[in-house]
Design a protein around this ligand. Structure first.
Ligand code: GDP
Length: 276
């Protein structure tokens, strides 16, 4: 008698288990459990340090994908011949924005908040993408459009600062108000500093236009765990009590340790309809 066929199959380990998980994420999955959880689910890690039943509620369970979902989402961000991830163009006015109909997400934050570093981290599996940085004073600030295959477009909005010129505010406002395919706005806040006056201008803009937006807390590697927890709780409270359109779950990230990056990618894939 012949042995059942499956006993003859070569053992291909993880590749068989999750065929669409990117190779890089398969490596992440091989990390020791504690390190893995800390890297992939930073809020869970922080919550462990809260007094049980004190319920300050980081609400981490609203968007709580499995490792398998996160692995599948990862493949959206891997540049291949069939999934081209590339810079498309820049624009100073909405009329000059590329006519891309696919779902779009934009990233906005004050200068120095860590926006370029975050976008670089999101595109780390697309090494040909050049995240342009023009920070020299006097340089025209532009919106930069990046295409992520046929999946979605990512827009790097100009950083705002103390002396944001009127036409700059007009450009950002017009884009936020009128861009039809904009699915979600990611508003970056420095986790070391907390919400600043400048951040408030952007928050008020999102609220006024009733945009669905999400707060991303950058540079989480810079603070002690205690300071980070304090900031996260404070910002969470702000979101719960002072906002309408802000997604009630924060996304803490570090472009240095990559903590939270995989989860954020999964969220982006989800809001752009790419996590089926
Ligand atoms: P942008 O002006 O918002 O694009 O900010 P950048 O990405 O250029 O970052 C501003 C500064 O913060 C730079 O010196 C970065 O090296 C630093 N930075 C950005 N992200 C992180 C991070 O996750 N961790 C740490 N430690 N530093 C960061």
């Amino acid at each position: 008698r012949q042995a059942p066929r499956h006993t003859h199959r070569p053992d291909r380990g993880n590749d068989m288990a999750a065929p669409s998980t990117s190779r890089v994420f398969a490596e992440v999955l091989r990390l020791p459990q504690r390190q893995l959880m800390k890297l992939v689910y930073p809020l869970r890690e922080l919550e462990q340090h809260l007094v049980p039943d004190s319920r300050p509620d980081l609400q981490q369970s609203i968007f709580d994908p499995s490792l398998d979902d996160i692995g599948r989402a990862e493949s959206v961000f891997v540049a291949t011949a069939r999934n081209r991830i590339e810079y498309v163009s820049s624009a100073v006015r909405l009329e000059h924005a590329p006519d891309l109909r696919q779902p779009e997400v934009c990233f906005i934050g004050r200068s120095n908040v860590g926006k370029s570093s975050l976008i670089k981290a999101l595109f780390s599996l697309a090494p040909d993408v050049e995240v342009r940085i023009s920070k020299k004073p006097g340089h025209t600030k532009k919106m930069n459009f990046f295409k992520v295959g046929k999946h979605f477009t990512l827009v790097d909005m100009p950083g705002y600062g103390y002396r944001a010129p009127g036409d700059f505010v007009d450009m950002v406002e017009t884009y936020l108000k009128e861009r039809k395919n904009l699915k979600r706005t990611f508003l970056l806040v420095d986790s070391v500093v907390g919400i600043t006056k400048n951040d408030n201008i952007a928050i008020e803009m999102c609220e006024e236009f009733t945009l669905p937006y999400v707060m991303v807390l950058t540079k989480t590697d810079k603070s002690s765990k205690g300071h980070l927890l304090k900031q996260v709780l404070q910002i969470q409270k702000f979101v719960n009590t002072q906002t309408q359109g802000c997604f009630p779950q924060l996304f803490p990230v570090s472009a240095v340790t990559y903590s939270g990056i995989h989860l954020l990618k999964c969220f982006i894939a989800n809001v752009t309809g790419n996590l089926k």
